[in-house]
Design a protein around this ligand. Structure first.
Ligand SMILES: Nc1ncnc2c1ncn2[C@@H]1O[C@H](COP(=O)(O)OP(=O)(O)OP(=O)(O)O)[C@@H](O)[C@H]1O
Ligand SMILES: [Mg+2]
Length: 244
């Protein structure tokens, strides 16, 4: 891929329908490991409105990452329902699920999972290219997002040539490239110094505010959790409301 950043050809993203409402009912999730059943959720329920901005807290091993994986259709519940704008996507064909995940869900992981052999720009373009968008569109969109996260002069850097905070900002740009309707962020600030962590959270909250994107942030950090208007806690295999 050429390193030269071309001028914007199109600002508008392919999906862009505001936030996504998610309704979880009677959720059970077990992992099976060496014949042992590990129960993570038992009859857990959760209602997320479109545009909600929610922290998920709970002790280590309580199921925060599991919940994010289930909400983002990276994993399936053992039983129970998850509706996306009232749509039972778990019952849909795998290609429809894949299309949905690709276009409507953005993931930010604790460890950014950037591809080391590609530049920042190419990493951000990747989901759009995989989704079949044109290279020109993907490049323009990725450039615009990297500018937005303050990395306009780092587009040609490989992940190894970026600081931790810069890498996480690239990962956020990548999560947003398809203008997802829900952003699921798992400890997005876990590896960052407090000031950079605040900046990363500002970015996610700003998007939630401007675009109405539904935002779910799993975090151990009390201060980060307090900055989100709503807070849920996972305890005893259920999801309970802490705030409001
Ligand atoms: N693939 C797996 N196979 C078996 N058990 C698993 C698997 N993934 C997670 N678990 C178990 O499920 C439970 C919930 O894990 P999860 O990663 O969701 O916790 P968490 O709340 O995100 O923890 P942390 O705060 O440490 O990130 C843990 O007890 C974990 O050991
Ligand atoms: Mg986790």
């Amino acid at each position: 891929m050429p390193e030269q950043v071309e001028p914007m050809v199109q600002e508008q993203a392919p999906s862009s329908g505001g936030g996504l409402a998610i309704s979880v009912g009677g959720l059970c999730k077990d992992y099976l490991l060496d014949g042992r059943r590990i129960a993570v959720f038992r009859d857990a329920n959760l209602e997320l409105s479109a545009g909600d901005s929610v922290a998920v807290v709970g002790r280590s091993g309580s199921g925060k990452s599991t919940l994010l994986h289930l909400l983002g259709l990276l994993d399936r519940p053992t039983s129970g329902s998850i509706l996306y704008d009232a749509r039972p996507l778990l019952d849909c064909r795998e290609d429809e699920v894949e299309e949905f995940r690709c276009r409507q869900v953005g993931f930010v992981f604790q460890f950014h999972h950037l591809l080391p052999e590609f530049t920042a720009l190419e990493n951000v373009m990747m989901p759009a290219v995989i989704a079949g968008e044109s290279m020109n569109w993907a490049r323009a969109r990725a450039s615009s997002l990297l500018e937005r996260v303050g990395l306009v002069d780092r587009v040609a850097h490989a992940p190894g040539e970026l600081s931790g905070g810069e890498q996480q900002r690239v990962a956020i740009a990548r999560a947003l490239v398809m203008s997802p309707r829900v952003v699921l962020a798992d400890e997005p600030t876990g590896n960052l110094d407090p000031a950079t962590g605040e900046q990363v959270l500002d970015l996610l909250l700003g998007l939630n505010d401007e675009l109405g994107t539904t935002l779910v942030v799993a975090t151990h950090n009390q201060h980060i959790a307090e900055r989100l208007p709503r807070c849920l806690r996972i305890a005893e295999q259920r999801i309970e409301e802490v705030r409001p």
